[in-house]
Design a protein. Structure first.
Ligand code: SF4
Ligand code: MG
Length: 329
């Protein structure tokens, strides 16, 4: 399938200043050289603990914040360096759905106007036409036409996320970046919204970049998954391959923490020692070495590269590096 989004060596560093002269003393490497591709019509899941850089990656890709370095090819343009006019045009095809729909929806705006705002910005249509389109969108996301006249506070969290989704859909975008779209919702509501996203994907041929901390949610949604830790990409693979046979010790620990009702498929729990290190001062070598149960001396000095170990399944870990492992024996 055709590649819609190609992220290459994306970096987002935040300078840290200190002292009387506010001199720069360090960089927080929120996103440190990540690469991945998204094919048209697929869902790529980006997973990791909070603070791993996955949201920053999403915001940098959409240019809500500028990249420090790297390339973001979307639909034939490098988003990382297009001018603001071009960016405005491209945004039509690239929409975001956020974690907290209440914070991202203006409470003073009627639902109808929240949803038709992007249409008013990008198209010239009569009020009547817009209204008909919005009412159609509202029913597509499981709301009612009458909801057009109501305000965000009159809705539940799940319904508000449906409003946010309708708004993101209004311009028929090619790519939707959904950042923790269900993590603020009750568990009972989460699967409804996830299923809605899936139905809409089929109907509108959408491509999703799906960002979440919950690996079982990401697995449910994604064709392929990338696992991030401390700004780095640790593993990328097909959803089944990554979930059934995780290669990276960090991914293995995430999966072992998921409750597994089927006893035959139960895995030994891998509990990580310590906390995520301060991103201002990340560990040398493999950034995971301070917590990895399999860490070797080499892990403190060698930065593992993301390498293909199985078809369409890559991992950044020295356990799969023949040179390093030969020396160990
Ligand atoms: Fe663990 Fe070393 Fe692999 Fe990093 S490179 S995940 S520390 S074994
Ligand atoms: Mg986040």
């Amino acid at each position: 399938r055709e590649i819609l989004l190609e992220v290459k060596n994306l970096k987002k560093y935040y300078p840290v200043h200190a002292g009387f002269f506010r001199r720069k003393i360090a960089d927080v490497k929120a996103v440190d050289d990540i690469s991945f591709t998204l094919r048209r019509g697929e869902t790529f899941g980006l997973v990791g603990e909070s603070g791993c850089g996955k949201s920053t990656a999403g915001r940098t890709i959409t240019r809500l914040t500028d990249a420090t370095d790297g390339v973001v090819n979307f639909n034939g343009e490098n988003l990382a360096n297009v001018n603001s006019k071009k960016l405005w045009e491209i945004r039509k095809d690239l929409q975001m759905v956020f974690q907290d729909p209440y914070a991202s929806l203006n409470p003073k705006m009627m639902v109808g106007h929240l949803v038709d705002e992007p249409l008013r910005n990008y198209t010239r249509k009569s009020h009547k036409k817009l209204q008909a389109e919005v009412m159609n969108l509202l029913t597509k996301v499981g709301l009612r036409e009458e909801d057009y006249y109501r305000y965000p506070h009159e809705f539940s969290g799940g319904q508000r996320q449906r409003i946010g989704i309708a708004r993101a859909l209004a311009l028929q975008p090619k790519l939707i970046i959904a950042d923790e779209p269900v993590s603020a919702l009750d568990v009972s509501i989460q699967s409804q919204v996830l299923n809605l996203l899936k139905e809409l994907q089929d109907e509108f041929h959408l491509t999703y970049l799906f960002i979440a901390h919950d690996l079982s949610v990401v697995k449910h949604m994604s064709d392929r998954i990338g696992v991030m830790y401390l700004g780095n990409m640790m593993e990328i693979g097909g959803s089944d391959s990554l979930y059934e046979e995780p290669l990276h010790p960090y991914t293995q620990s995430l999966i072992s923490a998921i409750p597994q009702p089927d006893p035959r498929r139960k895995r030994e729990r891998i509990v990580l020692q310590g906390d995520v290190p301060n991103p201002q001062n990340p560990p040398s070598g493999c950034v995971f070495h301070t917590r990895c149960p399999f860490a070797m001396d080499a892990c403190k000095v060698i930065v593992p590269e993301l390498k293909e170990v199985r078809p369409d399944h890559r991992v950044a870990c020295l356990l799969y590096d023949e040179e390093v492992m030969k020396d160990k024996k």
